[in-house]
Design a protein around this ligand. Structure first.
Ligand code: CA
Length: 227
């Protein structure tokens, strides 16, 4: 599996290189947009990890050009925290998924696996379990075709659960990846539980089939049927 990383920040680039190589990915690194674009159009890659904020030719420009050239390689975009517009533009431009910096490495690996596993890249932007659907671009959630209003945090929590559906998600994972808490403190567990309860109230309570389950002593799982 050959991954092209286009990232100008030395620390992030280094961490990506080391992390991916330790997972047995073959990595090529470009620290400028120009070079990245050149590599992307002259060599075959299984995945491109593209930082949007690059000196000179920026990420969106590269992405637009690649898609115009009919380059079908999955692209995972890295954006700065809270640059929501960038994200939306990136997805409209043809990115397959995005990750907000700073990100947890296991989360990056999960996204990479999802992107490289499936043939149809657009799937990652529409998540689904049973009759519950999430559109990550328009940020809409619906169940049985009924719109469900979620707060930003509830949305983030549900997206995480959907991306890990069928697998138990611990409070520790939620604290790290959704709340981005470095030191997990007991009060955060309560915050997580409150959000889970509210989410359950909205996505499960009005419906017969329950999807969000609590696994005592372990965490939560979004799953159809028995656990
Ligand atoms: Ca950058």
């Amino acid at each position: 599996m050959h991954v092209l990383v286009i990232e100008d920040e030395p620390k992030v680039a280094q961490a990506l290189m080391q992390g991916l190589e330790s997972e047995n990915y073959q990595v090529s690194l470009s620290v400028t947009g120009e070079e990245g674009y050149f590599l992307a159009t002259t060599q075959a890659f299984d995945l491109i990890i593209l930082d949007l904020m690059l000196p000179g030719r920026d990420g969106l420009d590269i992405l637009t050009a690649l898609r115009q050239q009919e380059c079908q390689t999955p692209v995972l975009v890295l954006t700065a925290k809270d640059a929501i517009e960038d994200r939306v533009i990136g997805l409209d431009t043809g990115a397959d998924d995005y990750l907000v910096k700073p990100f947890a490495f296991p989360e990056l690996l999960a996204r990479i696996r999802a992107l490289t596993r499936r043939g149809r890249p657009e799937q990652a932007l529409r998540l689904k379990i049973a009759d519950l659907e999430m559109d990550c671009v328009t940020r809409k959630v619906a169940r049985k075709g009924q719109d469900i209003e979620l707060t930003a945090k509830e949305f983030q929590l549900l997206e995480y659960l959907l991306r890990h559906q069928g697998h138990v998600v611990s409070r520790e994972m939620l604290g790290r990846d959704v709340w981005e808490a470095v030191d997990r403190a007991t009060p955060l567990d309560n915050v997580i539980d409150v959000h889970i309860a509210r989410l359950r109230q909205k996505v499960d309570a009005p419906f017969k089939k329950k999807l969000l389950k609590t696994i005592r002593g372990m965490g939560f799982v979004l799953k159809e049927g028995e656990v």
